[in-house]
Design a protein around this ligand. Structure first.
Ligand code: ADP
Ligand code: MG
Length: 728
């Protein structure tokens, strides 16, 4: 193994970028080629089916069986032209990633042969034998039937030889077993709640869309080096590894020239993404060495989230073609930045108005302020829940670890919007909110500067930052399904908008003018949030933690405890009122989250224990033997003063021995702690016990990393940080 480490490193270092076969034509020519989008619908469906299908997508009108058959026939024709042989319902269970079970299109033709078939029934519903997906007890295994149901709002697409149909995954009793079902409910809830408010400003509005623009951070590691690290392979992160002398301190990777092998990977990924209709836009080096980012143009949230899942799948497979493995873990390497997935989130109407951006006139600005303030109120009320929505065993390594995000949800507004809100508290309720400069110099007027979107200040330490026309929820983990966060924020905002509208109706009933009524409802809300959820300072500072606690914001750092927030009375009320989750779904999902938390920590703990005993201690003992031989040799040649001659060896032997005994003791203690945790019946209690085990892994790591510093480099069995992070 030892000599092979240097061979692996050399092999990895000398790899060249693989030549790419680029498609002919521009991205705009092949964009969406592998998606059954509206252009294909026009081409492959008759006029009646097309109309029915569009009504189904745009207005939620269900398809009858005959039309579903016609739509399926159109899809089949298109798919066969692309060499498709299989079909799958593609869904997002409560595990990491997506699930698919491929069925070949063949069926007997009753003449002794087979034909390709695909009908409306197989398009609309499937019954995967999905008893092994996490369900938190909703689907007892004896009736292990969940079913998948087509989501017509997300277009079917082709991956390799398979037609993929985006679906929800639910139990036979109707409970959600996936991420998509509650997301779709929450997006509907926020649209329904926002609609009557939008109609005050523009009666033509019929629908409110949620938009999501995710920014996916990731690491790339050479696959040969990866394969030599059991911890990376099994847990997605390094459980040990001494910091490299150089890491990100020179800021020379960020936005630097993209290494050629990586650039080839990115190009192939972009072509594949564009063919799947994913509007991939941005690629760049991130802060940490071998860390990169990819971002598309934002889109409707349900589709954007599907596309994020599709991109993650593409990245996994395309990276391997280029000799890399992509790491989505939030903290693959200690001591350098981890990876997140910023969720840029906004609301807009079907008439093209962005609800979280300043308007064209005073009424437009009032609408903007109405939504802006209500979003902040929702974030304040459910700050603990929002944090819970991004909490996981893996994201725990970023949360509160002096890097984005802090384990406290607060909102950054920037100077301009903070001033606007403060001003609104002072002026009479009928004061118009103008765009600066339009009405000359102002005294007493409330103004928003022009070109505001491009000029918002930035605060990288804030988990929920306003950036001119959207909020950027930065706490989402790089491996997470965005739906967890988007469902929660959408449902919370829906609840707040419902309450706001009720209060507004009361004011209007008393005969007030609509502008005044709106401001009269908004003012007490502004007063209650401006000094609580709004915070523009350094989110990483210790003072902020104390100040946040004083303000009543949630400062919990233990993930299992955060998860509990989902079943507290305020959350249950909010989720049931908006129709997003039932109580039993909330309870079941908590069980699943605690279970997954335990399993992830358990796997890490096992891998760490085994690597300590099977990889690190043996290497340390090999080196100790070399040193002891040296000492013995010195003693023979210099019997008098061997202690001076072999001082380094003697000292190092002692240090190695100390580390080895410390390690052995700590691994034993950790194993005992696991045994105690494993017999706990209650999922929450078990997860809390595993939380302590997760903490103990930091302490086990110390002697491991010390040994790496001491042991002869030639004898060290694992690729080191400097090799994993600087070869690409
Ligand atoms: P950064 O936040 O790193 O400065 P950008 O300004 O390029 O990056 O924007 C990040 C993401 O925000 C992009 O994916 C972009 O499409 C998305 N975005 C821009 N405007 C909106 C919006 N109104 N709603 C949702 N996402 C948006
Ligand atoms: Mg960003």
């Amino acid at each position: 193994m030892n000599s092979s480490r240097s061979e692996l490193v050399n092999k990895a270092f000398t790899k060249k970028a693989i030549p790419l076969e680029m498609p002919s034509g521009l991205p705009s020519d092949y964009f969406g080629d592998l998606v059954f989008d509206r252009t294909k619908m026009h081409k492959y469906l008759d006029a009646d089916s097309l109309q029915a299908f569009l009504d189904c997508i745009d207005n939620g009108i269900p398809l009858d069986r005959k039309t579903a058959d016609a739509v399926a026939a159109g899809m089949k024709k298109w798919a066969l032209e692309h060499g498709v042989t299989h079909v799958t319902h593609w869904f997002q269970p409560l595990t990491d990633g997506t699930a698919e079970k491929h069925d070949s299109l063949i069926d007997y033709d009753r003449k002794g042969g087979v034909i390709e078939t695909f009908d409306g029934k197989s398009l609309i519903q499937q019954e995967p034998d999905a008893s092994s997906f996490p369900n938190g007890g909703i689907r007892a295994t004896f009736e292990a039937r969940g079913y998948t149901a087509w989501d017509p709002t997300s277009p079917v697409f082709i991956q390799d030889d398979t037609l993929c149909i985006p679906t929800v995954f639910v139990s036979y009793t109707g409970e959600a077993l996936d991420y998509k079902t509650p997301l779709k409910k929450a997006l509907k809830a926020v649209s329904d709640a926002a609609l009557p408010i939008c109609r005050i400003f523009d009666p033509k509005v019929n629908k409110v869309y949620s938009y999501l623009g995710w920014e996916q951070e990731y690491f790339l590691v050479d696959e040969d080096l990866y394969a030599a690290r059991p911890d990376l392979m099994i847990t997605g992160r390094t459980l040990m590894g001494h910091a490299s002398s150089k890491n990100q301190q020179l800021d020379d990777h960020y936005f630097g020239a993209i290494p050629t092998r990586v650039a080839a990977f990115m190009r192939e990924l972009e072509v594949a993404g564009h063919k799947l209709g994913i509007p991939i836009k941005t690629r760049h080096n991130e802060v940490a060495p071998n860390q990169f980012e990819l971002a598309p143009i934002y889109g409707e949230a349900n589709l954007a989230n599907d596309q994020n899942q599709m991109v993650m799948n593409l990245m996994n497979t395309i990276a391997r073609k280029h000799g890399f493995v992509v790491l989505f873990h939030e903290k693959p390497f200690e001591g350098i930045n981890g990876s997140g997935k910023h969720n840029n989130w906004s609301l807009g109407t079907d008439t093209g108005t962005q609800l979280l951006a300043p308007g064209k006139d005073a009424m437009g600005n009032l609408q903007f302020i109405t939504f802006f303030v209500n979003v902040l109120a929702a974030v304040q009320k459910h700050n603990a829940l929002l944090k819970a929505s991004i909490a996981s065993a893996t994201n725990a390594h970023r949360l509160g670890a002096n890097e984005a995000p802090p384990a406290i949800v607060s909102a950054f507004l920037g100077r301009t919007m903070t001033e606007v809100l403060r001003k609104l508290l002072e002026v009479p309720s009928d004061t118009p909110i103008e765009i600066a400069g339009k009405k000359g110099q102002s005294v007493g007027l409330v103004e928003i500067p022009e070109l505001f979107v491009d000029n918002t200040d930035r605060n990288r330490t804030s988990p929920f930052a306003f950036t001119g026309n959207r909020f950027e929820f930065r706490a989402v983990g790089s491996s997470a399904n965005c739906a967890g966060a988007v469902t929660t924020i959408s449902a919370a905002v829906a609840e707040q908008l419902i309450d706001f509208k009720l209060a507004l109706d009361k004011e209007l009933a008393s005969g007030k003018n609509v502008n005044v009524a709106i401001m009269d409802v908004l003012k007490p809300i502004i007063a209650s949030i401006i000094d609580v959820i709004c915070f523009d300072g350094n989110g990483y500072s210790e003072e902020w933690r104390r100040e946040a606690a004083r303000r009543g914001l949630d400062v919990e750092t233990r993930v299992p405890e955060m998860i509990k927030t989902f079943s507290n009375p305020a959350s249950v009320e909010m989720f049931t009122k908006t129709g997003v989750y039932s109580l039993s779904e909330l309870e079941a999902r908590n069980e699943v989250k605690w279970e997954i938390y335990c399993k992830k920590v358990q796997i890490e703990a096992r891998v760490m224990g085994r690597m300590a005993l099977n990889h690190i201690i043996p290497a340390a003992l090999d080196y100790k033997k070399v040193l002891l031989d040296n000492i013995a040799g010195s003693k023979e040649v210099f019997p008098e003063d061997y202690a001076v001659v072999a001082a380094f060896e003697i000292e190092t032997v002692k240090k190695i021995s100390e580390c080895v005994s410390e390690l052995q003791k700590k691994v034993e203690d950790m194993t005992e702690a696991r045994k105690r945790a494993n017999v706990l019946e209650n999922a929450y209690a078990k997860a809390m016990a595993y939380h302590d085990i997760a903490e103990s892994l930091f302490s086990i790591r110390k002697p491991l990393d010390k040994l790496e510093e001491m042991v002869d480099n030639k004898l060290w069995p694992l690729p080191k940080y400097r090799e994993l992070l600087f070869i690409s």
